[in-house]
Design a protein around this ligand. Structure first.
Ligand code: NAD
Length: 467
C-alpha cells in the first residue's frame, strides 16, 4: 500500500482562491466552446493515462485492473463523452412556457455557474469520485478545487497531474492533503461545495459552510438493505450479490450492507453464495488477482473488530500484512452489534432473516434512510411495495449497484445518506443556478394588476381560475 499524504497542503489556499475568483470574474470560464474543448483535452489525457490510472489504484489498494477500468476510468470517459456531446444544448437559455399572468412575455431559465466550487472526495473510488463531480462543475463554467483523499495517495497524485495537463490552477486545482487541509479549505468562502464521504464528516462539512449559506451536495453513506423474497431466483441473486458486495472488497457506498432474506430461503442462499465466491475468486482467495485489499490499517482493524463474537457462515480470514479480509458471511448478528450499528464498508455481509413483512419493516426502520436499497423478487407486487414504501437514495430490483451506471438517473442520497444528485445532465444542473427570466413585451400593458383595485376583484378571480 502507498504512503499516506501529508496532512497540510503545500499551497497557500486563500491566495489560490483569490486567484480563482479573479479568473472567474474575467468571464473566461463562460465560453462554452472553450469548456467543450478543455473537456475534450481532459478526455484525451485520461485515455492516454489509462494504464497509469490502473497502476495507481493497484498501488493504493490492489484494485484489479478490470475493476478500475469498469468502475472508474470507463465511467469517467463515458461521463465526459456525454457531457461534451450535450453541453452546448444544456448551457443555452431554456425556453419555458409562459403563463396567462405575465402575458405577453417569453420566459427562460438561464444556467449560470455558481463560481468557485470545492470538491471533497473519499478514497474508495478515488479517481471516479474526484473527477466525476469536477466534470459537472467545469462543464457548468465554474472554477474548481478538488481535494482528493489522503488515503489513496497514488491515485490522488495522478489526478493532480492529469488536471494540471489540462487546466491552469486558477481554473481547476487539485490540492493534496488530509483533514487539516479540508478544514482549511472549508474556512474559505465557496459558491458551491460538493462533498462525498461519511455521514459524520458530512455533518462537519454542512456545519462549516452554514455561516455563508453555501449551497452544497452531500453524497454520504448508510446501511443498505438487500431484501430477498421467497419468490426470488436465489442462485442468480447470489451471483449478483457476490459481485456487487465484493467488488472493491466491499468498499462501495452502494454495496449491500446486509441481507434480509425469507427464513425459508436462507440455507439455499448461503450455499449459493459460497459457490459464487469460489467461482469468482477460486479456492485461495488471497492469491486471486481479482480481489482488492482494505485501504489501510485503520479500516482493516475497524472491520476485523466487527467480526469479533460473530458466527461466521463463510470467510472470516484476515491477514494484517496486506490488509486482506476474506469475503465473509455472518449469521444473524444482533442489531446491537457493531457490525449492525455502523456502515460496514468492507467485505462482510450479515445475513438476517424475516418471516413476514412486519419483520422487514422493523429492521429497515431501525436505521436512518440508506443510500441504496435492493430487492430480489419475481413477485412484482412485493418489490413494488418495497420500492414505494421506504425512503432511500436509489436502488435496483433483482440486482445491486448497477443503477449507478445510468447517467439518465440522478445519483444521490436522502435523509442522512445525503442530499442532491448528480451524473449526466444532473451534474450540470447541480453546478448551475437556474435564473428565472421573464422577457416582457412593451407593446401592451394590461392594467388589471395596478391599484386602485376597486371593481377588479371578480375579474382577477376569473383570470386566476384559468391558471
Ligand atoms: P471521510 O468522510 O472520512 O472523508 C472524505 C473526505 O473528507 C476526505 O477528503 C477527507 O480528507 C475529508 N475529511 C475527513 N475528515 C474531515 C474533517 N474532520 N473535516 C473536514 N474534512 C474531512 O470518508 P472516507 O472514509 O474517505 O469514505 C468512506 C465514506 O464515504 C463511507 O461512509 C461511504 O459510504 C461514503 N461514500 C459515499 C459515496 C456516495 O456517493 N454517496 C461514495 C463513496 C463513499
Amino acid at each position: 500500500m502507498a504512503e499516506e499524504i501529508e496532512n497540510i497542503a503545500a499551497v497557500d489556499i486563500p491566495q489560490l482562491l483569490s486567484a480563482q475568483n479573479a479568473f472567474f470574474e474575467t468571464g473566461k470560464t463562460l465560453d462554452v466552446a472553450e469548456r467543450i474543448s478543455k473537456l475534450k483535452t481532459l478526455k484525451k489525457v485520461i485515455e492516454s493515462r489509462e494504464k497509469e490510472i490502473a497502476a495507481a489504484l493497484f498501488a493504493d489498494f490492489r484494485k484489479p485492473e478490470f475493476e478500475t477500468y469498469a468502475t472508474e476510468t470507463a465511467l469517467i470517459l463515458s461521463e465526459l463523452k456525454y457531457t461534451i456531446r450535450k453541453l452546448k444544448k444544456w448551457a443555452k437559455p431554456q425556453k419555458v412556457k409562459s403563463t396567462f399572468l405575465n402575458f405577453p412575455s417569453k420566459d427562460y431559465m438561464y444556467s449560470q455557474p455558481y463560481g468557485k466550487v470545492l470538491v471533497l472526495a473519499p478514497w474508495n473510488y478515488p479517481f471516479q469520485l474526484s473527477v466525476s463531480p469536477a466534470i459537472g462543475a467545469l462543464a457548468a463554467g465554474n472554477t474548481v478545487v478538488i481535494k482528493p483523499s489522503e488515503y489513496a495517495p497514488a491515485t490522488s497524485q495522478l489526478t493532480k497531474e492529469i488536471f494540471a495537463e489540462v487546466y491552469p490552477e486558477v481554473h481547476c486545482a487539485v490540492i493534496m492533503g488530509g483533514v487539516e487541509t479540508s478544514e482549511e479549505l472549508l474556512k474559505q468562502k465557496w459558491d458551491y461545495v460538493f462533498f462525498t464521504g461519511s455521514v459524520p464528516v458530512g455533518r462537519i462539512v454542512a456545519k462549516a459552510i452554514a455561516p455563508n449559506l453555501t449551497p452544497s451536495t452531500l453524497e454520504l453513506g448508510g446501511k443498505n438493505p438487500c431484501i430477498i423474497h421467497d419468490s426470488a431466483k436465489i442462485s442468480l441473486a447470489a451471483k449478483r450479490i457476490v459481485w456487487g458486495k465484493f467488488i472493491n472488497a466491499g468498499q462501495t457506498c452502494i454495496s449491500p450492507d446486509y441481507i434480509l432474506i425469507d427464513k425459508r430461503k436462507k440455507t439455499e442462499f448461503t450455499e449459493a453464495v459460497k459457490k459464487e465466491i469460489k467461482a469468482a475468486f477460486g479456492e485461495e482467495i488471497k492469491k486471486s488477482p481479482d480481489y482488492a485489499r482494505i485501504i489501510n490499517k485503520k479500516n482493516f482493524e475497524r472491520l476485523q473488530a466487527m467480526l469479533e463474537g460473530q458466527t461466521i457462515i463463510t470467510g472470516g480470514e484476515t491477514a494484517p500484512v496486506d490488509n486482506y479480509i476474506a469475503p465473509t458471511l455472518l449469521n444473524e448478528p444482533s442489531l446491537e452489534s457493531t457490525v449492525m450499528q455502523d456502515e460496514i464498508f468492507g467485505p462482510i455481509l450479515p445475513v438476517l432473516t424475516y418471516s413476514d413483512e412486519t419483520e422487514i419493516e422493523k429492521i429497515i426502520s431501525h436505521y436512518p434512510d440508506p443510500l441504496a436499497l435492493y430487492v430480489f423478487a419475481e413477485d412484482k407486487d412485493f418489490s413494488e411495495k418495497i420500492l414505494q414504501k421506504y425512503h432511500f437514495g436509489g436502488g435496483a430490483t433483482n440486482d445491486v449497484v448497477i443503477h449507478i451506471a445510468n447517467k439518465n438517473l440522478p445519483f444521490g442520497g436522502v435523509g442522512s445518506s445525503g442530499y442532491g444528485g448528480y451524473h449526466g445532465k444532473f451534474s450540470f444542473d447541480t453546478f448551475t443556478h437556474k435564473k428565472s427570466i421573464s422577457k416582457r413585451a412593451t407593446w401592451i400593458d394590461i392594467p388589471l394588476r395596478y391599484a386602485p383595485y376597486a371593481g377588479k376583484l371578480p375579474l382577477i378571480k376569473k383570470v386566476m381560475k384559468r391558471l
